[in-house]
Design a protein around this ligand. Sequence first.
Ligand code: XMP
Length: 561
Amino acid sequence: MDDDRSKQTSKTDRRVATSGDIEVSTYLEIAKEIAGEQSAVAGEAAVGEEREAIVVIDFGSQYSMLITRRIRECQVYCEMVSYDTPWEKIAPLKPKGFVLSGGPASVYQDGAPVAPAYIYEKHLPILGICYGMQVITKQLGGQVAPGAKQEYGYAILHIGDVDSPLFDGMDSSIPVWMSHGDKIEEVPPGFTALAYTENSPVAVMGNGDGIFGIQFHPEVAHTPQGKTILANFVYRVCGCQGNWTIGSFIAESISRIQKQVGAGKVINALSGGVDSAVVASLIHRAIGDQLTCIYVNNGLLRREEVERTSNVFRNNLGMNIIYVDATERFLNRLRGVVDPEVKRKVIGEEFIAVFEEEASKIGTVDFLAQGTLYPDVIESASTGSTASAKIKTHHNVGGLPAKMRLSLIEPLRNLFKDEVRQVGLELGLPEEMVGRQPFPGPGLAIRIIGEVTEEKLEILRSADFIVMNEIKKAQLYSQLWQTFAVLTDVRSVGVMGDYRTYGYLVAIRAVTSEDAMTADWARLPYDLLARISNRIVNEVPGVNRVVYDITSKPPSTIEWE
Ligand code: XMP
């Protein structure tokens, strides 16, 4: 991730500045409209006000996380938990309703997951989506049967003039996205069918007591009025007011951090990435000078990176920052190293050594702040015992050195990346900082194929600077997940003027992605590619050929190493 960069050694330099507030409007208009009708306080939850929550019970659908996001867009806090989570873990959230997600199983398969008993015993509203609807049907005494035909893709949902809070403000027939095999043959006692599609006579059911099942997926963009259905469920069925906002999150986090830290001291590794910057700003808001950030320059950063990051923190935030230039130390350790995994290991070890040395100079420290995000939490909770092949050790940099025995503070662990960006803006971080593309912890070392030398770093920095400059000029920066240059270890023959050249081959990589798990190569305009290529060959000594990487992930990865 972008926040676990590593860097290096000796000089220390403390910096200070002040923060300003930038207002951001964050949530869906539709949610606001409904929230506005329901509550005078929508959009501004006060500190101390009871936080409303909805819990998504996950049965393994690829869309479960999306349901969680959609509900948060309704300004209602939402968490996703596995279907076998005990009530004690959920109770502190004081949920006002449950959503049962879809999933790949069939309810009549041996060992198919079902909802825990408390889901029904709490007498809270329940919305079962797809497999979740089938689970409700089976558990409450209805009949699910294998569909003669799989229903996949668009269908028209006929609602007619049914009077149900779920359909409030909706047309009598709407396009919906289906993806199921089994279907409801007989609704459980007390339920009625509320809507149908051509292939699903019971596409929606309800029992008049707050329990609903819907066969289609309201969370995906292909169900255009799906957001209204989810908003109707949380507001009109669960009675939520919609008071979870970025502002209320910040207020709540600040008081939680103050309580947790007391008079203790906190350290944080600043990387120039979004997550560590937001963590630092939030904790600083809460405890001021009890926080010290350590910014290690590992000599593997892009051109002007140190100046840019320091500027933001010097000019915008009044923080204690220890800047350490450890370039020499890292480059010495990387001498002769060509294997990408060894590069990562060496950089990771060196980072921890430098970080520890600097931290020990501060005196007693009690907490380490980290920018863990919600998808990481979910991912590590759900990977369980599944063994997966190691492709790259991404998160080897900036981890907690065990012997430091610090308690962790992870104030962003319940947020998605875009929510983190909103928090950053609201805390006064400049847009340029919160909208940054990710940059890997091992930095340019994994964009230089083969041994890392100062000469190669300089060539790569120059090429990378041109790529960034042109992408920004073309106003494509924020649409692309990452854009960068790679210095290969290939040399080829060229001709410049009347002379033969034998120079390096630079590759350009530009990808679009949602989460870096998969990525597609960006279809950059030819003119832009031509400008980048011309400039690199003309302006960067030692390079005489430029190629564009047109592979997606998978089968490639985003970085070349
Ligand atoms: P790959 O190359 O695996 O990269 O497709 C996916 C995302 O992770 C970043 N990346 C790293 N980040 N340490 C990091 O902090 C690493 O060792 C590392 N390797 C890859 C990469 O930039 C992309 O965003």
